[in-house]
Ligand binder design. Structure first.
Ligand SMILES: CC(C)(COP(=O)(O)OP(=O)(O)OC[C@H]1O[C@@H](n2cnc3c(N)ncnc32)[C@H](O)[C@@H]1OP(=O)(O)O)[C@@H](O)C(=O)NCCC(=O)NCCS
Length: 174
């Protein structure tokens, strides 16, 4: 199994090609009604909150952002040449663990409802569809809509409770 670890700076430029290759999975069985819009430019990776990769050189990655005070799985991609051997699962588990250890109360993501490696895959880990969207998640959904994603297939936002309570500072002792 490929080791999961934080991405190094030098590896960030390799990630758009992995995302491109992974997104070709959508064409294979016509899971969605057309090609996906352009993937993230490389500068978005260098501005990410946290990126974990699998393999050396990387063959898959998970990109996590902070959205509305929660961890948000912005992207999970595995090069299909290395697909279906558990790397996506290992990356997702590592991303969830990282978010939990970092103190986030929940992890969210936005994905296609009817693609088997999207919503049904995340549901196996306990992610549940939610319509409780704060302003930042609403902005992400609006961006997806204007990029044309919703025209390709029904989308949903999912949330996983990470078991932390919202941080409430203790009152100062007199
Ligand atoms: C989703 C993704 C990261 C999974 O990576 P992976 O390394 O293949 O994941 P795993 O080997 O852990 O498999 C996870 C499960 O996803 C499902 N799955 C993965 N690829 C699939 C495919 N082409 N067709 C149907 N189901 C698929 C299966 O249920 C699989 O479990 P199984 O092999 O035991 O049946 C990868 O398919 C990918 O990069 N897809 C394109 C980008 C994407 O959709 N990302 C997620 C949404 S943001």
């Amino acid at each position: 199994m490929q080791q999961i670890r934080p991405a190094s700076l030098a590896e960030l430029s390799l990630l758009p090609a992995i995302e491109d290759a992974a997104d070709r999975e959508f064409d294979v069985a016509s899971w969605v009604a057309g090609p996906l819009p352009q993937r993230a430019p490389v500068h978005e990776f260098s501005e990410a909150l946290h990126i974990m990769v699998a393999g050396r050189p990387p063959v898959g990655f998970a990109r996590i952002e902070a959205v509305g005070g929660e961890a948000h799985l912005q992207q999970l991609s595995v090069d299909p040449a290395f697909g279906r051997v558990g790397i996506g699962t290992a990356l997702l588990e590592a991303a969830i663990e990282w978010a939990r250890e970092s103190g986030f109360c929940a992890m969210t993501l936005s994905t296609f409802v009817y693609v088997p490696f999207n919503a049904p895959f995340y549901a196996r880990f306990g992610f549940k569809p939610t319509d409780q969207l704060g302003p930042e998640l609403q902005l992400i959904r609006a961006g997806e809509q204007s990029a044309g994603l919703d025209a390709l297939g029904e989308r949903t936002v999912m949330r996983l409770d990470l078991g932390h309570h919202t941080f409430v500072p203790r009152p100062r002792l007199p």
